[in-house]
Design a protein around this ligand. Structure first.
Ligand code: MGD
Ligand code: MGD
Ligand code: SF4
Length: 772
């Protein structure tokens, strides 16, 4: 194997090269730095030096893919030269990207050739958490995982193996393998730590889900209301394109945010609300819309029920009532309600995305959807269109042992297990571990306690695919305790993230640019299906997720679910249902776009609202029957103790969660986060911009030192951190990102569980700011 200039230990950075993994295989460092057919080297400053295509000769190949640098899935076209990816462009035929990409999407090449990538299966040799491993063959590593899973299933049942997953390839694990194996304990952070309140509230109110692509009719909107949605820092490509185009067309913008966000900079009205009081603002808006009769009466007459109950419920919630609660002037509350009404139905509170804030989030989101109903916005131009999933048949596999998977609701507790087929090791039970919330998918943080206590039944194994266990789930020390306690911990990842040090077996995956994957099927105004195919051979000894899942499945006795010989066979079978095959899909640009049913007039046969009555539920019968509030009620958030601030968090335009901080070109753009402190608070604390401070939470957990950003752009009662920095808990595998900035997750030593959907509200942390 060719040795290259970068396989030395420090790369000039002073950081120990891959001290994280004490590899016994002498070739490991060299393997880590080799791209297939090309050489990935680092210069004297430790920066990535990708084999530059203009010095390479060879055929230029073009492949289709959907971007995996964030969960938005923009369609891309990948150009490679001589076996090395050269450039990624937006696919003009794809409704998500429309030929454009954000900075993170462009950085896919840099992510692929990050010299810190995992490149060989690893088996733990030291204590969990110490990060000591030896290299292994795939045979040995997969045998180890399969025997561990079978041993757990023999003693406790297959449900005692949990599957956590995120990023686009997790389908093979949290859905396909988990359901075939028979574990209902499959979860994604993108539900219970993100969208579950908005999805549950949508189901309760309009009987439809929002789905991965928010169905906002941007082309026709006239008033855009953003509650905490920080578009511009949230850099989902199409959302930015749509927001910018609507603003340029003259749409009015109202932004409700305790921080002067990028979007607030474009707003006609910025409402710097006191954190956690949004439901009071929404009730006051409903009060103005109902008492001044500004709602769409004909629309509500035809499509909604519960208007009288709603009207009497909000009678006391005037703007004057909301003013001292929200810290917003009553006149401004009234003016913004009237603005929305003046442009209805081309007026919408955009259903944000990350909605797990304070633990009563389903009710806040219900209030959002009720305002939109009063505006007559559902199924109307300029409001919220009805999305539709693309038609595509599933692969014809035998019935799964459990229903749901991480994407949907877990089977109801107590379901008749006798009706389920027998799993490889006996009977599978259908009841997933859940806390006392009304319904909704399995909540990821609630699967951690049974790993420690065995209550309500033991979880003894964890398969973690593409999920950043120590950065995404609050209560990091509790997660570590659980990892310490398990019989089997498997991590399938591309990078030596912090949790990798806790795995018994590490399975290195090929990135999205090096593998085939499940088809992406997006519910949309124009539903569409897109292709992911490899642009280049996988780096080192990495393998695609579908291959890993299949090899595991065969070892677990699940042959019946893996009858397909390889992924091309699987994809061709699925594509047959839309009269295509892989070649046909390539020939039409990697995307199939179907027609939708976006507006009310498209529903002559059936109601578009999937509630039991077929009408919008302003007052929710389902909640009433469960003994919960049928109409949204404002609950005051806990106040920060004297001298403390509420910790707010959000996105940086150049990074995704905690996964791109080490990506060379993105690291160069924003190497570490800073903590936003208001000018008034900073003066009081004697802190200036760029000074290093520590953040200490109410339980005494400290993070830092982190740079202070002193600014007028945030309220005095809050501080703000970009999520995702603060790597290097125990591992030092991420040579650029480690030790930079401060992690918000570490400070979250508590969260508030939403009683309806099981979402974990994470804005419940208070911190003091102390000079470092
Ligand atoms: P990431 O940091 O993106 O977040 O939660 P995660 O999805 O867990 O972690 C992705 C993981 O996948 C990383 O370990 C990365 O190295 C790995 N990975 C990347 N590409 C691949 C691949 O191709 N294959 C495999 N196998 N692995 C890959 C996100 C979640 O976090 C979400 S959706 C939200 S909205 C919440 N946000 C949030 C927050 O803002 N603050 C705090 N404190 N917690 C949060 N938790 C939630
Ligand atoms: P939120 O965390 O809800 O995120 O993006 P959003 O859904 O927009 O919103 C953060 C904003 O809420 C901040 O501006 C904060 O100041 C404000 N805020 C905090 N507390 C309150 C409050 O009490 N009331 C109000 N009204 N506002 C408050 C998340 C989204 O971003 C998600 S979930 C994903 S999956 C994508 N991830 C992602 C990424 O990782 N990187 C980049 N660059 N873009 C991304 N886009 C998406
Ligand atoms: Fe990729 Fe950016 Fe699209 Fe996300 S928004 S999928 S990072 S191009």
């Amino acid at each position: 194997m060719a040795q290259d200039a970068a396989s030395g230990d420090t790369g000039g950075t002073g950081l120990t090269r891959r001290a994280f993994v004490k590899l016994t295989g002498a070739a490991a460092a060299a393997v880590a730095l080799l791209a297939a057919g090309g050489r990935v080297v680092r210069d004297g400053l430790g920066r990535l030096n990708v084999p530059v295509p203009w010095r390479r000769r060879g055929e230029i190949t073009t492949t289709y893919n959907y971007c995996d640098m964030c969960p938005w899935r923009c369609g891309v076209i990948v150009s490679s030269v001589g076996g090395v990816v050269h450039k990624i462009d937006g696919n003009p035929a794809d409704p998500k990207s429309r030929g454009k990409l954000c900075a993170k999407g462009q950085a896919g090449v840099s992510f692929l050739y990050d010299p810190d990538r995992l490149t060989s299966p690893l088996i733990r040799t030291g204590e969990r958490g110490a990060g000591e491993f030896r290299e292994a063959t795939w045979e040995e590593a997969l045998d180890r995982v399969a025997s561990g899973m079978l041993a757990i299933a023999d003693t406790h049942g297959p449900e005692s193996v949990a599957f956590f997953g995120h990023t686009t390839g997790d389908f093979w694990f949290t859905e396909y393998l988990a359901q075939a194996w028979g574990s209902p304990n499959a979860a994604r952070p993108s539900t219970s730590l993100c969208t579950s309140p908005r999805e549950e509230a949508a189901l309760l109110t309009i009987g439809r889900t929002i789905g991965g692509h928010e169905p906002v009719d941007w082309e026709n909107i006239e008033t855009i209301v953003l509650i905490g949605s920080h578009i511009g820092e949230d850099t989902r490509n199409t959302v930015m394109q749509d927001f910018a185009a609507a603003r340029a067309r003259g749409a009015a913008v109202v932004v409700v945010d305790p921080r002067f966000s990028t979007a607030a900079g474009k707003a006609d009205h910025w409402l710097p609300i006191k954190p956690g009081t949004d439901t009071a603002l929404l009730l006051a808006w409903i009060n103005v819309l109902t008492t001044e009769e500004l709602f769409d009466a004909a629309y509500l007459d035809e499509w909604a029920e519960g208007l009288d109950e709603l009207t009497s419920h909000v009678v006391g919630f005037t703007p004057e009532w909301a003013e001292p609660i929200t810290d917003l002037p009553a006149d401004e509350i009234r003016a913004t309600a009237r603005l929305m009404a003046a442009t209805r139905p081309r007026s919408l509170i955009v259903p944000g995305r990350h909605s797990t804030w304070y633990g009563n989030d389903t009710q806040r989101m219900r209030a959002v959807y009720i305002v939109n109903a009063l505006l007559g916005a559902y199924g109307r131009e300029g409001g919220m269109y009805f999305n539709k999933s693309p038609y595509l048949e599933p692969y014809p596999h035998p019935p799964f042992l459990v229903a749901g998977g991480a994407g949907g609701c877990a089977a109801e507790p107590g379901a008749e297990t006798d009706e389920l087929p027998l799993g490889p090791t006996g009977k599978a039970r259908a009841d997933g571990v859940r806390a006392s919330f009304l319904r909704g998918p399995t909540a990821m943080p609630e699967l951690i306690p049974p790993m420690i206590t065995g209550d309500p039944y033991p979880i003894r194994g964890l398969i973690a695919y593409g999920v950043n266990l120590l950065h995404s789930i609050p209560m990091v020390e509790r997660t570590k305790e659980a990892l310490r306690n398990l019989d089997l911990v498997v991590a399938i990842d591309v990078l030596p993230q912090d949790h990798i040090a806790w795995a018994d077996v590490v399975l290195p995956e090929a990135t999205y640019l090096e593998r085939y994957d499940e088809l992406s099927a997006i519910a949309h105004k124009t539903p569409f299906i897109s292709l992911r195919e490899p642009a280049v051979e996988p780096v080192g000894d990495t393998k695609p997720g579908w291959w890993i899942a299949r090899e595991l499945g065969l070892r677990l006795g699940l042959d019946a679910f893996f009858r397909w010989s390889d992924i091309e066979d699987y994809l061709n079978v699925r594509l047959r249902s839309v009269s295509l095959d892989l070649d046909g899909l390539r020939a039409q640009g990697g995307v199939v776009v179907q027609s939708g049913r976006p507006y009310l007039e498209d529903f002559t046969d059936v109601s578009p609202f999937g509630t039991s009555s077929g009408k919008i539920q302003l007052a929710s019968q389902v909640l009433a029957e469960a003994g919960l509030d049928p109409l949204p009620v404002y609950e005051p958030p806990e106040e920060p103790p004297a001298g403390s601030f509420r910790l707010l968090y959000g996105r940086h335009p150049a990074h995704t969660f905690a996964k791109t901080q080490n990506t060379p070109v993105l690291f160069n753009l924003y190497p570490e986060n800073e903590v936003w402190v208001s000018t008034g608070s900073a003066r009081h604390l004697g802190i200036s911009t760029d000074e290093r401070v520590n953040l200490v939470n109410d339980a005494g957990t400290a993070v830092g030192p982190v740079r202070a950003k002193v600014t007028e752009r945030i309220r005095d009662d809050a501080v703000y951190l970009v999520h995702g920095h603060g790597h290097g808990h125990r591992s030092r595998g991420l040579t650029r990102a480690n030790g930079r900035g401060a992690g918000d997750a570490e400070l979250m030593t508590k969260y508030a569980l939403d009683p309806v959907c099981g979402g974990a509200g994470m804005r419940t942390t208070f911190v003091t700011v102390e000079k470092a």
